[in-house]
Design a binder for this molecule. Structure first.
Ligand code: DOR
Ligand code: ZN
Length: 425
């Protein structure tokens, strides 16, 4: 038994923002009570959360754990330890491993490794096409039986409208969301960053915002045609957000996520340092402004990290030779506090929603602090100062542009199935 005392409980699902004590029995929440009103439970461990916020367990819809196949960059063990430090209790892992997670045996391997070595829950995403090659549809039903929560060819878009339609039709009947890495590869070919004044100044080939937005438009039309649930991954452009807004107004099952790097940085921040290289690339000033508005007004459903570890030997090379992607777990909450809450753009409840009920709705799973629910909780500080030092990360990789950044507020403890799996200090 574990009692979490004196915390400020913020739970968008139950409309709670109040002091509460929480009793955990085994892997479930047993009671949520007024402070001081829980009966003394003999032998129960006590966690004093005075001055801290207690939220439902954070869900990351988008991460790369690199196992199987690229274990020198990350493993399920190291990746989920980094996730726990970031306050995440569940992470959805993208299928672009080696081999690609395009069949039930790879899905089962990932879940077995997660059970044996993982700190947080791992929810695999299956590939939409065999090898994510964009040719033949993958064995989606078999993977669903094995435990996938969604389908995506992330790293690339689903190659053609015809295949995307087929995948959506199939996923609709299986009630799985289709997660799209929206990119028109003909417009993005050879690009290293967003097209604009900065790409011209640096002499790096750029892709226009339309490379993303035309693919979002294609998929929104296909969601309309098929009735599928469509989720746009790492949305970075204003024009894409307008497509999502339009789809929502039409009542389609279309949702989207935004990453902390896209709402914090812009193409103007890019230097020849490969830690500023990711896909989609950092966008224009007006895009960032639109993302911040969408995060505030509800158009954006979730904050997702796109945690994309690449070992130093691969990433610490010339900008054009480096792979796309940056670490995300450990700085996500602190960047959201910095950009969204401390600057008065969104309420704390909305911030919590973007990490909990928002992603839960995309996956259609429950996420609330209530008796009988799984005891997954994220405890965080609103304003205590700390500095991110990537050298201390459990991740095997070091590719963060936020190394050395000073923050106010961040994860303090992560509880999964009733166990404190991470606690600061
Ligand atoms: O930056 C990225 N990294 N974008 C992607 O789409 C793939 C990811 C990766 O796997 O490294
Ligand atoms: Zn992607």
């Amino acid at each position: 038994m574990l009692v979490i005392k004196n915390g400020r409980v913020i739970d968008p699902a139950t409309n709670t923002d109040a002091p509460r004590d929480i009793l955990i029995d085994g892997d479930k929440i047993a009671e949520v009570a007024q402070p001081g009103s829980l009966h003394a439970v003999p032998g129960a461990e006590v966690f004093d959360a005075a001055g801290l916020i207690v939220a439902p367990g954070f869900i990351d819809l988008h991460a790369h754990l690199r196992e199987p196949g690229q274990e020198s960059s990350e493993t399920i063990e190291t990746g989920t330890r980094a996730a726990a430090r970031g306050g995440f209790t569940a992470v959805c892992c993208m299928p672009n491993t080696r081999p690609v997670n395009d069949n039930a045996s790879v899905t089962r391997f990932i879940l077995d490794r997660a059970k044996a070595t993982g700190s947080v829950r791992v929810w695999p995403i299956g590939a939409a096409s065999v090898g994510s090659k964009g040719e033949a549809i993958s064995e989606i039903a078999g993977m669903k039986e094995a435990g996938i929560v969604a389908v995506s060819d992330d790293g690339k878009p689903i190659a053609t409208a015809k295949l995307a339609r087929q995948v959506m039709d199939y996923c609709r009947s299986l009630d799985l969301p289709v997660i799209e890495h929206a990119e028109d590869v003909s417009l993005a070919a050879g690009a290293l960053m967003r097209e604009g004044v900065t790409s011209t100044r640096l002499g790096l080939r750029g892709m226009p915002a339309a490379a993303e937005a035309v693919c979002v438009a294609r998929d929104v039309q296909l969601a309309k045609l098929t009735g599928a649930r469509l989720h746009i991954a790492h949305l970075s452009a204003k024009d894409s957000l307008e497509q999502v807004h339009w789809a929502k107004a039409l009542g389609l099952g279309v949702t989207c996520e935004v990453t902390p790097h896209h709402f914090t940085l812009m193409d103007e921040d890019v230097t020849y340092d490969s830690r500023f290289k990711m896909n989609p690339p950092l966008a224009a000033r007006e895009d960032r402004k639109a993302l911040l508005e969408g995060l505030a007004d509800g158009t954006v459903d979730a904050i997702a990290t796109d945690h994309a570890p690449h070992e130093p030997a691969l990433k610490d090379v010339e900008f054009d030779r480096a792979p796309f992607g940056i670490l995300g777990f450990e700085t996500a909450l602190a960047l959201a506090l910095e950009q969204l809450v401390h600057r008065g753009r969104v309420s704390l409840t909305r911030l919590v929603e973007l990490f909990t009920t928002g992603p839960a709705r995309v996956l259609q799973v429950a996420r609330r602090i209530w008796p009988g629910q799984p005891a997954d909780l994220t405890i965080f500080s609103f304003d205590s100062p700390w500095t991110y030092n990537v050298q201390e990360s459990p991740s095997k990789s070091r590719n963060s542009p936020f190394d050395g950044r000073k923050f106010k507020g961040g994860p303090v403890a992560t509880i999964v199935a009733g166990r404190v799996i991470y606690r600061a200090n």
